[in-house]
Design a binder for this molecule. Structure first.
Ligand SMILES: Nc1ncnc2c1ncn2[C@@H]1O[C@H](COP(=O)(O)OP(=O)(O)OP(=O)(O)O)[C@@H](O)[C@H]1O
Length: 298
């Protein structure tokens, strides 16, 4: 199908609390979108509305040009935050059952259940009750449950929480693989290093509002780059009046906050060299974690 997921102007109140205010973004086919925000920011509420388990007060959700209805909903692979497996059902039976529920024929459903259980490293637990698996393995089954019916869109609420590093790698690889097939993938996470590593774009929300939206690279450079210079004397303010330099902290390593559009690194280097030898000259962008703190505290 390869159509974008479009979230358009969602509003949601719980009594006096405004949980979402004009929540708008899209996830393109083939894109991995990271949805981040503090506890209670509105991520799960947005995802529940996408799935139709919760109704918005205003706004709509589309796949391509079609507003999501019951039929389209079956084309979404969803991992709810509260998880949703039957503890007393065997892993294989459960996955097969879920695939059937989404419209697959019995043989195809059984084959898909086996394939995803193997792919996610829980094939050897196929005939065990879900309740007998460790929490991390239950989570692998939960991802298999979201994938088993070969969905056209993936919506995953904190899929990485509680996973060991190997499972994180397996999960990341699967998400990249599905995106490479042209599926829009959205997931929420508090693991910002992971989001920075695997997402094409991110949305940072706070108190129900989208506060920053863009590629990780864009967001990181938008707020400026840090340039670290070691060597030059620090008794004169040699960098203060150079174009594009917003702030300078002089020290053994002098740190300049620069606007990448306006600053000329060669001009800065030349100015530094006039004040002594330069042993180190390197730029770095703020991490997504630093950016997140800045955005949510604004
Ligand atoms: N059923 C409900 N009734 C009343 N308030 C609710 C309900 N569900 C969520 N909320 C409130 O709405 C806000 C958004 O919650 P939501 O679960 O969407 O946040 P979240 O970003 O997913 O948080 P977390 O990272 O902690 O999972 C919170 O203030 C929450 O307390």
């Amino acid at each position: 199908m390869n159509a974008p997921l479009i979230v358009d102007g969602l509003h949601k109140r719980y009594g006096d609390l405004i949980a979402l205010r004009d929540m708008t973004f899209h996830v393109a086919p083939g894109e991995i979108f990271g949805f981040v925000g503090s506890n209670g920011a509105g991520k799960s509420t947005t995802m529940r509305i996408i799935l139709g388990v919760l109704a918005p007060d205003a706004g709509r959700v589309l796949i391509g040009e079609d507003v999501i209805d019951l039929d389209l909903r079956r084309r979404i692979g969803y991992m709810p935050e509260e998880r949703g497996l039957y503890p007393k059902m065997k892993v294989g039976e459960q996955l097969t059952f879920l695939a059937r529920l989404h419209g697959m024929e019995t043989a195809e459903a059984a084959e898909s259940a086996r394939r995803w259980a193997d792919r996610l490293g829980v094939g050897s637990r196929f005939d065990d009750d879900v309740a007998d698996l460790s929490l991390g393995n239950q989570q692998r089954v939960q991802l298999a449950a979201a994938l088993v019916h070969d969905p056209d869109v993936l919506v995953l609420d904190e899929p990485f929480s509680g996973l060991d590093p190997v499972a994180v790698d397996v999960m990341s690889d699967v998400l990249k693989e599905k995106a490479a097939e042209g599926i829009p993938v959205i997931f929420s996470s508090h693991q910002l290093d992971l989001v920075q590593r695997i997402c094409d774009r991110v949305g940072i929300i706070a108190r129900g509002e989208m506060r920053a939206l863009g590629t990780v690279e864009d967001l990181r450079t938008r707020s400026g780059l840090t340039l670290e210079v070691s060597g030059p004397r620090t008794d004169t303010a040699w960098a203060d009046h150079l174009p594009g330099v917003r702030d300078v902290e002089y020290g053994e390593t002098t740190r300049l906050l620069i606007d990448p559009q306006l600053a000329d690194d060669q001009q800065i280097l030349a100015a530094a060299l006039e004040h002594g030898p330069v042993h180190r000259f390197a730029t770095s962008a703020p991490s997504l974690t630093e950016l997140f703190r800045e955005v949510v505290s604004a």
